[in-house]
Write a protein that binds this ligand. Structure first.
Ligand code: SF4
Length: 60
């Protein structure tokens, strides 16, 4: 199964990942995206990672 991480030192809290896949990503009270779940049946997480403007999302 894919392992999804957000580098919170790099994330700028734009919210794009949460918009694209709210099942996996959530921008928390600290203003940074956090990973809630490791998979989503309807999203391509590699695609979400590719859209992050600062490349903070890694899918391995
Ligand atoms: S898309 Fe990238 S910069 Fe924007 S909230 Fe998600 S991880 Fe952070």
């Amino acid at each position: 199964m894919a392992k999804v991480t957000v580098d919170t030192g790099t994330c700028v809290g734009c919210g794009l990942c949460e918009q694209m896949c709210p099942d996996v990503f959530k921008v928390e009270g600290d203003g940074l995206a956090h990973v809630k779940a490791q998979e989503c049946k309807s999203c391509n997480l590699a695609d979400v990672a590719g859209q992050c403007p600062v490349s903070a999302i890694k899918v391995s």
